[in-house]
Design a protein around this ligand. Structure first.
Ligand code: COA
Length: 131
C-alpha cells in the first residue's frame, strides 16, 4: 500500500481548558464521539487537566485526519464519525462511523495516528494508506 495522505496538527491544551471552563459539556458533546466521551469522563474525574489534555489530543487528531484526507474537519470528517481510542497497549486507533467509514471502506484506505502530549502542547500525526 502507498501513502496517499499525511496530516499534522498542534493544539494548546490550556486553550482547550479555558473553552471547557466556559462551555463545558457543549464543547465535549460537539468534538467527541460517544466512546471518547466515556473516556473523557474517566480522565476528567481523575483531574480536569487530564480531561482537557484528552480533548486537546482528540481535537488535534481529528484536524490532522481532515488534512490527511484532504477534506478538512466538518465535511467528510465529521467530529463524531472519527473516534480516536486507545487500544490495549495505549496506542491510539481510529474507529470510524457513518459516511467517513463508508468512504474509507470504498477506497480501501488504512488510517494511522500518533499522538504526543506535553504540558503546554499536544500534537497529532495521521498517515493514510491506499491502494
Ligand atoms: C507508549 C509511550 C511511548 C508513550 O510515551 P509518552 O512520552 O507518555 O507519550 P506522549 O506524552 O508523547 O504521548 C501520549 C500518547 O501516546 C500514545 N500512546 C500510548 N501508548 C502508546 C503505545 N503503546 N504505542 C503508541 N502510542 C502510544 C497515546 O495516544 C497517548 O495519548 P492519549 O493517552 O491521550 O491517547 C511510553 O509510555 C512507553 O514507552 N511506555 C512503555 C510501554 C508501555 O507501557 N506499554 C504498555 C504495555 S500494555
Amino acid at each position: 500500500m502507498a501513502i496517499v495522505g499525511i496530516g499534522l496538527d498542534l493544539c494548546d491544551p490550556q486553550r482547550v481548558a479555558r473553552v471547557l471552563a466556559r462551555r463545558g459539556a457543549a464543547f465535549v458533546q460537539r468534538v467527541l464521539g460517544p466512546a471518547e466521551r466515556d473516556e473523557y469522563a474517566r480522565r476528567s474525574a481523575a483531574s480536569p487537566q487530564r480531561g482537557a489534555h484528552y480533548v486537546a489530543t482528540r481535537f488535534a487528531a481529528k484536524e490532522a485526519l481532515g488534512k490527511a484526507l484532504g477534506s478538512g474537519v466538518a465535511g467528510l470528517v465529521a467530529w463524531h464519525d472519527c473516534e480516536c481510542l486507545n487500544g490495549p497497549s495505549g496506542a491510539p486507533q481510529w474507529h470510524c462511523h457513518g459516511e467517513l467509514a463508508r468512504h474509507i471502506a470504498q477506497r480501501g484506505l488504512r488510517l494511522h495516528v500518533s499522538l504526543s502530549d506535553e504540558r503546554s502542547l499536544v500534537a497529532a500525526m495521521v498517515v493514510v494508506e491506499g491502494g
